[in-house]
Design a protein around this ligand. Structure first.
Ligand code: VL7
Length: 138
């Protein structure tokens, strides 16, 4: 069965985030603030439809999509670019391609136990993040 990404997930590790942000042209002051935060992901999945919220004290970002349907993404509050974005599910991996000004841009999510993995790519940089599931009260 395909995984259910739904839930609340807290960041536990973040590798190469600074160079990923540099590849997106994020200024030094913003990068230094962004490196200090540990965002939370809130994912709502129902069938092929997703809402992913990335929440932090510095910025919030929300993206909504249906698998296999390309859409216009505006990375407002992040690097403020427009992309043609497509997300697909391949062997339990949620794979996003963000076509636009930046080459080789996208991200991948997958689940391993209680961990949600995220690889963010832009140009020649890959940022590797891990989030841990927040257990809800019974
Ligand atoms: C994108 C941000 C750096 C600006 C603030 C940093 C605060 C918290 O694309 C992303 O997630 C996907 C997959 O889950 C769904 O949209 C997260 C975060 C990387 C790049 C830009 C620095 C300013 C980040 C919103």
């Amino acid at each position: 069965a395909p995984p259910d990404f739904s839930g609340t997930w807290n960041m536990v590790s973040n590798e190469n985030f600074d160079r990923y942000m540099q590849s997106l042209g994020i200024d030094l002051i913003t990068r230094n603030l962004a490196k200090l935060i540990k965002p939370q992901k809130i994912i709502e999945q129902s069938g092929d439809s997703f809402v992913i919220r990335t929440l932090s004290s510095l910025r919030n970002y929300r993206v909504q999509f249906t698998l296999g349907q390309e859409f216009d993404e505006d990375t407002k509050g992040l690097d403020n670019r427009k992309c043609k974005t497509l997300v697909t599910l391949d062997n339990g991996h949620l794979i996003c391609v963000q076509k636009g000004e930046k080459k080789n841009r996208g991200w991948k999510h997958w689940i391993n136990g209680d961990d949600l993995h995220l690889e963010l790519s832009c140009e020649d940089q890959v940022c590797k993040q891990v989030y841990r599931r927040v257990q809800e009260a019974c």
